[in-house]
Design a protein around this ligand. Sequence first.
Ligand SMILES: [Fe+2]
Length: 287
Amino acid sequence: MSVHPHVQGFFDAATNTISYIVKDPGSDACAIVDSVMDIDYAAGRITYDHADELIRQIEDQGLRLEWIIETHVHADHLSAAPYIQDKLGGRIGIGSKIMVVQDTFGKVFNEGTEFQRDGSQFDALFEDGDTYRVGEMDCFAMYTPGHTPACMVHVMGDAAFVGDTLFMPDGGSARADFPGGDAGQLYDSIQKVLALPDDMRLFMCHDYGPNGRDIAWETSVGDEKAHNIHVGGGKTRDEFVKFRTERDATLAMPKLIIPSLQVNMRAGKVPTDEHGNPVLKVPLNGL
Ligand SMILES: [Fe+2]
């Protein structure tokens, strides 16, 4: 908590995702959290402008990339982790419960036996409380299921990257109705985050600028505790579960869920057909 990493956020307007470069203040080591690969789904075209910006920043600042962290298997954007790893190195890490997600969506997408459901596409699988280092900086992963079964919050010094556990105080929380999601679990996970020190910085994975405010992605535990519209001010578990379940029933599927899941459950690698050509499936009535 005494270590204060330099955190740079990069907003992707197409998916309202924020990717982060987190620099250890004591060395030239850094980590990326939740990168984005650009897709024009209608055209079936993938590009790398957002990832190239992260790469350029790391190169310009002379940093050494040690970790490429995924807070979870995102359903609304594609990860660029392998593209970045090819250029800069680093280890790709995600929560060990990725195996549950791979099993669920391996079935939905009717993947063959060549699709491994053991998380082996990733370099590191984190368990609850696992520690690692970015340069000299101590980091740990906290298991926070509810939005998905594999969600983790990553704490790096005095900064926590909350994935889709929480949104900004005026945004509330993420949905909990994807396969394996659970509103009660999400509430419990949010309480774990809110039990961190009040002045810990919190960095969001998404922001939608509710009520016309400018996009923002940094808040604190104290702010969330006091002001979060879904869980702040001492909302009970029952109140949250009722609200979340009713709200989720009204939400449409994210536009990019079909390509996102197929790519992200492979650690950001695009699947290929039997000839090795990159290709995505659209299973009908499967989700
Ligand atoms: Fe998500």
